[in-house]
Ligand binder design. Structure first.
Ligand code: NDP
Length: 323
């Protein structure tokens, strides 16, 4: 793992089971061929070698934190990359997520209890470091009888059984969190993470979520932290000119870092832990260099201000209309 010369203040400072502080995460979830549909029966034993190789590169270059999920169907590739890396399991931090189904996609498992047992087998491990519920959008039509409340009770059971070290959620807004706080009873079983879409163009996925989470000792993890670099669309068309472009270029020159490095460091300085990914070894390495430089509070504020002038949401656009 790389030296951390410019530490950041996070709400939770997770370590691997062996006590190593975790790095930013490397994701396995975008551009996925079987996304949401599950892995076809005849493909259960066929590994996607590009993903194994990409993860291996990340592990060899110092990442110790991998993000996967039921709907990504990437557990077998994670298991293979971990095995190939030769890194002891207890020196790694692996997150997976149970999915309650989404829109017209049926939940793949009966619930978190059922899912975690399958996940441990597929990951070839006897625990995961962090277990998340993928989204709060439970629905009678797709969630197989699970609700926000029942699923959180099962997640707590998985923790008590020692199958998972930490528990949390993803894409939860304040009202969802308040409901599961009630199920938890004591703060011991509150979620410790809320993984949400976060970048300068979406500084709160739902109303006041970052502040509310951080005040309740919940670590915000950012997915899509590099969205402004390549995903901006308006009316279905790619937008080349948007207001962060010139600012990122200016800051890139000022700090001698890439625009991606500036965005990842900005995220960390907001107290948020980025989950990012790349197929390219140079970018994999560059992303981890975020621990080696710092941007000024004035520049963080500038990114905030310019970002806020141009709202853009990539994920769950319909669901967040009233949140
Ligand atoms: P990012 O915003 O970090 O985007 C990653 C993409 O950015 C890669 O495809 C990469 O392409 C590209 N990229 C990397 N560096 C640069 C650069 N310098 N310039 C331009 N493009 C660059 O994260 P993702 O949105 O991919 O999400 C990361 C992970 O978060 C997922 O894999 C998944 O694990 C998780 N996630 C969770 C969700 C949830 O609901 N909980 C939803 C979405 C994601 P290249 O390979 O060409 O470098």
């Amino acid at each position: 793992t790389k030296a951390v010369t410019k530490p950041v203040k996070l709400t939770q400072n997770f370590t691997t089971k062996s006590g190593i502080p975790i790095t930013i995460g490397t994701g396995t979830g975008t551009k996925w061929q079987w996304l949401k549909k599950g892995r076809p029966e005849d493909q259960k034993d066929t590994l996607v070698t590009e993903l194994v190789d990409q993860l291996l590169l990340a592990l060899q270059n110092g990442y110790n934190h991998i993000d996967t999920a039921e709907v990504y169907t990437t557990h077998p590739e994670v298991a293979e990359a971990v095995k190939k890396s030769g890194i002891p399991r207890e020196d790694l931090f692996i997150t997976t997520k149970y999915s309650p189904g989404f829109r017209t996609f049926q939940a793949l498992s009966k619930g978190p209890t059922d899912f975690i047992d399958t996940a441990l087998k597929e990951l070839q491990t006897d625990y995961v470091d962090l277990f998340l519920i993928h989204s709060p959008f439970f629905d009678e039509a797709v969630s197989r009888g699970q609700t926000l409340e029942s699923s959180w009770a099962e997640v707590i059971e998985a923790k008590k059984a020692g199958k998972v070290r930490e528990i949390g959620v993803s894409n939860y807004a304040k009202p969802h969190l308040e409901k599961i706080f009630k199920v938890a009873g004591s703060t011991e079983f509150y979620p410790k993470v809320n993984q949400i879409e976060f970048h300068p163009y979406l500084q709160n996925q739902s109303k006041d979520i970052v502040k509310f989470a951080q005040e309740n000792d919940i670590l915000i993890e950012a997915y899509g932290p590099l969205t402004p670099l390549f995903r901006i669309k308006k009316d279905g068309k790619d937008v080349e000119d948007h207001p962060l472009k010139p600012l990122l270029q200016e800051l890139s020159e000022k700090y001698g870092k890439t625009d991606a490095q500036i965005l990842l460091r900005y995220t960390l300085q907001k107290g948020i832990l980025p989950i990012t990914t790349s197929t390219k070894v140079e970018r994999i390495k560059q992303s981890l260099e975020v621990y080696e430089f710092e941007i000024t509070a004035e520049d963080v504020a500038k990114i905030d201000e310019v970002g806020a002038s141009y709202p853009f949401r990539q994920f769950f656009d319909q669901e967040y209309k009233n949140l």
